[in-house]
Design a protein around this ligand. Sequence first.
Ligand code: AR6
Length: 399
Amino acid sequence: MSKKKKEWRAEKERLLSLGLEDRRKDYRGNYVPLDKIATWANHDNNTATEEEEQKSFSLADKVSLYKGDITTLEVDAIVNAANSSLLGGGGVDGCIHRAAGHLLYEECHALNGCETGKAKITCGYDLPAKYVIHTVGPIARGNVGQSQRDDLESCYKYSLKLMKDNNLRSVAFPCISTGIYGFPNEPAAEIALKTVHDWILSNQDEIDRVIFCVFLETDYEIFKRKMSDFFSPDNDDHKTEKDAGVEEGNTEPVEGGEDDDVADKKDEKQDEEMLSQQEESTEDVTMQSQDPEGESPDAESKDEEAKPPEKGEPTVEASPTAKKKVEQENEKETLKKEGQGEDPQVAESTKSADTGADTNQETEVPMEVLDADQSVTTAKESNTSSSTKDGQGDKNTQE
Ligand code: AR6
């Protein structure tokens, strides 16, 4: 066994044997404990009466909408929107690799990549999340057909399956594929909400919480508008896309008129500001670690075959925000290809974080607890215990 493999295996074993309080001593940055993240039933916009809340305990109590940096969440697992190399990249992938530290790269290196629509699990290392589930979303570049829709759904399903297989009880998802991969935000949110809804319905006892962790105001507004269609306090049956106000092949919401247009423009402006701030402050995410010994990978995935794509389905026109992101990305890729002749997919493993928060933390910072409203409190004020079934069978990690 190589020195590097020994290193990540030993650290993974050590971290997974620790209790919550000891693990907290190892976090590199701020963290948000699960009990500080409101469930949808208690979300500030939710107008459910007490009686309605009683009825909805099974669904609205099991999901949350959280806007912020996924790398700060103290949950059993966070999901990474990775590429098929699993060796890091930009966006949320870059943020997660930076915050988790180099051992995440070393373990990912041993996984031998991952196919689109599937998922693989690693330790979270320096993250407050115990595990990272890496999934590879479809590349949509603004237009989506049925195969991209199926692949995106499959990302959520595989990630949830991995969570269940490893006895994990809380997970946070970013908006997979909606950044660099250009899947339009609105249909992506529909797929995320419907897939998670259906999965929770048939796995209610297996899960404590699924958090939809959005980063951009645009996504926050979309999810806020749609959450109750799927996790309604008084209705456990999901609505169809039509009922939820979105016609297939149309990314624009059906409801609302001028007010929505004004709100959309405001969101886009806020997002543009956020993205440009990030671009200014983001450093390159060059994964420098290499395995000089080139040893054979020990992929640990228990993947099943993904559904074959269906052809000839209608496509969805990208929203203006998605188009802009795609244009920016295409521009970057053209420049890169012209300059270096690289394969864009492979090149992504060494490029800067385009849409992600800059969570690079090279130096030790004092541990602080972030309240879900982003206000900082001291670590002592938090007495949450992890919802993970500690010590229980961890199929993918007991090696
Ligand atoms: N926390 C939560 N969400 C975030 C964060 C963060 N720190 N940073 C960004 N997002 P993207 P993709 C949101 O581009 O479209 C990488 O290079 C972001 O606003 O990260 O699946 C990979 O290596 C967006 O809503 O992932 C792949 O090559 C969402 O995360 C490729 O990008 C996903 O955007 C994957 O592209």
